[in-house]
Design a protein around this ligand. Structure first.
Ligand code: NAD
Ligand code: MG
Length: 388
C-alpha cells in the first residue's frame, strides 16, 4: 500500500491521479488532499477517499468546506488552510509519496516542505523548478527525497535514461505540440482571444498551462525544468515541434544513438509511472496504433513568432533569480490576458520588459527567489498599466 498525498487534487493532474487510484484501491491509499478554492469538488473527493488531512488555500475556503461538511464527518479529516496549512499537509508523516500538482508559484513552498520531509515526490508543478530549481535539487539530495518527473516530456526522458550513464547523454530533445497557433500568420496573432487560446489541439489541461502552451512559454519552462532535473547545460537541450504528440521526448547519446518514448497523449501514463516507479501498471493508457496514425512529423520552432521560448533560454543563460522573474511576470501576464485586459501578443512583451528591468541576485537562498518573485509581479503589473 503506497500512502499518497495529492497537492492540487481538484485540478486536471490531481483528478487524473485520483482516477488511477480509484481503479487501483489495492495499491494506494489517499492520505492528503489539497485544493485552492474548489471546495465543492474537494468535499466530494473527501467522501470518496477519506483522507487523514485536507488543506485549502485560505480561511474563507476552510470555513466554506467546514460548512459543507457540517456534522456528517465530524471526526473525519483534519482541515488546514493557507500556505502554511498546505505545506504542513505536504509534510504529513503518514504519506510516502506526494504528487505536487498545484499550479504556479503557489506550489513552491508545499513542494519544498515535501522535499524536506524526505518523501518521494511526483513533480508536475514545473513552476517550482523554474523558480527555485537549484534549491529544490540540492535540498532533495540533502533530505534524500527522490523527485520523479510527471511532466510528459520529462517522464519520457526519465524513462529513456533509466540504466544509462549520465556521462553518456549528449542532448535532450523536448517535443512540443506547438499549441493551437503553430500555423498562424503573425498578422493574425494580435486578435487571438482567451477562448481560442484555451482550445489546445492535443491535451486537456488547466487554463494556465494551456495558455503557456499556446505561447510556447510552457516549452521554455520545460527547458529550465530539464536543466535542473537532468543536469545538462541549456546548450544541450533542444526543442522540436511534433504536432501529433506521440513521441514525448528524445535523448541523444554520445554515440549519436537516440532513444525516444512513445504513447498516446494521456497524462495518466506519466502520473502512473511516477506513482509506481520502477513498476508499471497494466493498460493505464490506450494502445498506440502507429499504422492508424500513419505520419509523425517534426520541425523547428518559429522562435521569432514565439519569443517566450527564447526568454527561457535567456533566463537560464543569465542564471540567478532571472528564472523566478520570468515565471512571475508570465503568471501576471497570463492572468491579465485571461481577464481580457491585454492581447495575446502582449504576454511576451510584459515578460521581456520585466526581465529587462531586473537586477539579478544568486538563487541559492529561498528568500532571494521569493523576493524576485514579488518584485517581478509588481513590475509586470506596472507594465500592464502602460499597455491598457
Ligand atoms: P489546474 O489549474 O487544473 O489545477 C491546479 C490545482 O492547484 C487545483 O487543484 C487548484 O485548486 C490548485 N491551486 C491553484 N491555486 C492554488 C493556490 N494558490 N493554493 C493552493 N492550491 C492552488 O492545473 P493542472 O493543469 O492540473 O496543472 C497543475 C500543474 O501541473 C501545473 O504546474 C502544470 O504546469 C503541471 N502540468 C500539467 C499538465 C496537464 O496535463 N494538466 C501536464 C504537465 C504539467
Ligand atoms: Mg509537458
Amino acid at each position: 500500500m503506497k500512502r499518497v498525498a495529492i497537492l492540487g487534487s481538484t485540478g486536471s493532474i490531481g483528478r487524473n491521479a485520483l482516477d488511477i487510484i480509484s481503479a487501483h484501491r489495492d495499491r494506494f491509499r489517499v492520505t492528503v488532499l489539497t485544493a485552492g478554492s474548489n471546495v465543492a469538488l474537494l468535499d466530494k473527493q473527501m467522501e470518496t477517499f477519506a483522507p487523514d488531512v485536507v488543506a485549502v488555500a485560505d480561511k474563507e475556503s476552510e470555513k466554506e468546506l467546514k460548512r459543507r461538511i457540517g456534522k456528517k464527518r465530524a471526526l473525519g479529516s483534519k482541515i488546514l488552510s493557507g500556505q502554511d496549512g498546505i505545506a504542513a499537509a505536504a509534510a504529513y508523516e503518514g504519506s510516502d509519496f506526494v504528487l505536487s500538482a498545484i499550479v504556479g508559484a503557489a506550489g513552491l513552498i508545499p513542494t519544498l516542505a515535501a522535499v524536506h520531509s524526505g518523501k518521494t515526490i511526483g513533480l508536475a508543478n514545473k513552476e517550482a523548478l523554474v523558480m527555485a530549481g537549484k534549491i529544490l535539487m540540492s535540498e532533495s539530495k540533502k533530505c534524500r527525497s527522490t523527485i520523479i518527473p510527471v511532466d510528459s516530456e520529462h517522464s519520457a526522458i526519465f524513462q529513456c535514461i533509466e540504466g544509462q550513464r549520465k556521462s553518456a547523454i549528449r542532448t535532450i530533445i523536448l517535443t512540443a505540440s506547438g499549441g493551437p497557433f503553430a500555423e498562424r500568420r503573425r498578422a493574425d496573432m494580435n486578435e487571438i482571444t482567451p477562448e481560442e487560446a484555451l482550445n489546445h489541439p492535443r491535451w486537456k489541461m488547466g487554463k494556465k498551462i494551456t495558455i503557456d502552451s499556446a505561447t510556447l512559454m510552457n516549452k521554455g519552462f520545460e527547458v529550465i525544468e530539464a536543466h535542473h532535473l537532468f543536469g545538462l547545460p541549456h546548450q544541450n537541450i533542444e526543442v522540436v515541434i511534433h504536432p501529433q504528440s506521440i513521441v514525448h521526448s528524445i535523448v541523444e547519446f554520445k554515440d549519436r544513438s537516440c532513444l525516444a518514448q512513445l504513447s498516446v497523449p494521456d497524462m495518466k501514463g506519466p502520473i502512473a509511472y511516477a506513482l509506481t516507479y520502477p513498476h508499471r501498471i497494466d493498460n493505464i493508457m490506450d494502445g498506440l496504433s502507429l499504422h492508424e496514425i500513419g505520419t509523425l512529423t517534426f520541425k523547428k520552432p518559429k522562435k521569432d513568432f514565439f519569443p517566450c521560448l527564447s526568454y527561457a533560454y535567456q533566463a537560464l543563460e543569465t542564471g540567478g533569480t532571472m528564472s523566478s522573474v520570468l515565471n512571475a511576470a508570465n503568471e501576471v501576464a497570463v492572468n491579465t490576458f485571461l481577464k481580457g485586459i491585454i492581447r495575446f501578443t502582449e504576454i511576451p512583451l510584459i515578460i521581456r520588459e520585466t526581465m529587462g528591468d531586473h537586477s539579478v541576485s544568486p538563487d541559492t537562498e529561498l528568500q532571494a527567489v521569493l523576493e524576485a518573485d514579488r518584485w517581478a509581479r509588481k513590475t509586470a503589473e506596472r507594465v500592464v498599466k502602460t499597455l491598457s
